[in-house]
Design a protein around this ligand. Structure first.
Ligand code: MN
Length: 292
């Protein structure tokens, strides 16, 4: 099921073949009323099994609106954290190593005997306030500095967990999205440069995990205008989805709605105001994201 949030927090199911969104906002009635303090994480993702049952009941008679006429928001409203994976495709690691002047702080060519870049660098965190949906688009921060696109498979965690074994990790996943991990280039730390408002784009909807049996073999691409910039497969991930979830869960308790950006393949490059990025992920869909 492709669950979307659109037009000012309406809940929809994207029926892509029909080119429509079914309005199932009424399913939100099953969410419990929350009093202070709310539990960490995203309430909709936490209650997704019950919400989904309600959606199934409403769907046959739900009003339809044209998919290309709706404003798509981030399918996750309130993640407790957005976790990023650095240098997780070999050919991206290579391009970073070759562009030291741009990727100044990454020490990409030196891993000092660690098995993978992530074994050395660990994961990183982005501010939750950087999160937007595709329709809002990316608003360039620090004009005069270079902002790069990074297209990624985004994993949305479905329930609270810690110290998860890799073989159990996919069982925690609520679903998958396309993620854009936008980045200001420069010498500062990753979380600083990757956390301006709108620098995490999530969309176009959440595809529930039952529809993506193997997240480690998905074609992924990004165009800027008509120009193909990035094209790869998640089969090329150095640390795969199971291992990323397990690693993150050894350091942080994971909560419903937490997002893991799994890393970007080669072809990272700059965007400018007026550009439109088109990001595509097999099994998930396509989203167009304007840059202003
Ligand atoms: Mn990234």
């Amino acid at each position: 099921m492709r669950v979307c949030r659109y037009n000012g927090d309406r809940l929809g199911v994207a029926l892509v073949e029909e080119g429509v969104v079914a309005d199932v906002t009424g399913a939100l009635e099953v969410l419990p009323v929350v009093r202070w303090p709310p539990a960490p994480g995203d309430q909709l993702v936490r209650e997704l099994p019950a919400v989904r049952e309600a959606i199934e009941r409403l769907l046959p008679v739900a009003p339809r609106v044209a998919l290309d006429a709706v404003e798509l928001q981030s399918p996750v409203a309130n993640p407790s954290k957005v976790i990023g994976a650095p240098l997780n495709y070999a050919r991206h690691q290579q391009e970073v190593g070759e562009q030291v002047a741009i990727h100044a702080n990454t020490h990409a060519s030196r891993f000092d005997g660690f098995a993978t870049p992530i074994d050395k660098l660990g994961l990183f965190l982005k501010a939750g306030t950087s999160l937007v949906g595709p329709s809002a688009g990316v608003r360039l921060a620090q004009t005069g500095r270079r902002t790069d696109h990074e297209v990624e498979l985004a994993v949305v965690i479905g329930r609270q967990a810690a110290d998860v074994a890799p073989q159990d990790a996919l069982g925690l996943v609520a679903g998958y999205c396309i993620g854009l991990d936008m980045t200001v280039r420069g010498p500062e730390g990753r979380s600083f440069r990757k956390s301006p408002d709108s620098y995490t784009v999530l969309g176009p909807w959440l595809v529930t995990a039952d529809e993506v049996p193997n997240p480690d073999a998905l074609a992924i691409s990004l165009h800027v205008g008509d120009e193909l910039r990035q094209r790869a497969s998640t089969a090329d991930l150095i640390v795969d989805v199971r291992e990323l979830i397990a690693l993150a869960s050894r350091w942080y308790t994971l909560y419903p709605g937490d997002v893991i950006l799994t890393g970007t393949p080669e072809g990272v490059g700059p965007v400018r105001a007026g550009d439109v990025m088109t990001a595509e992920l097999e099994g998930v869909g396509l989203m167009r994201v304007p840059v202003t």
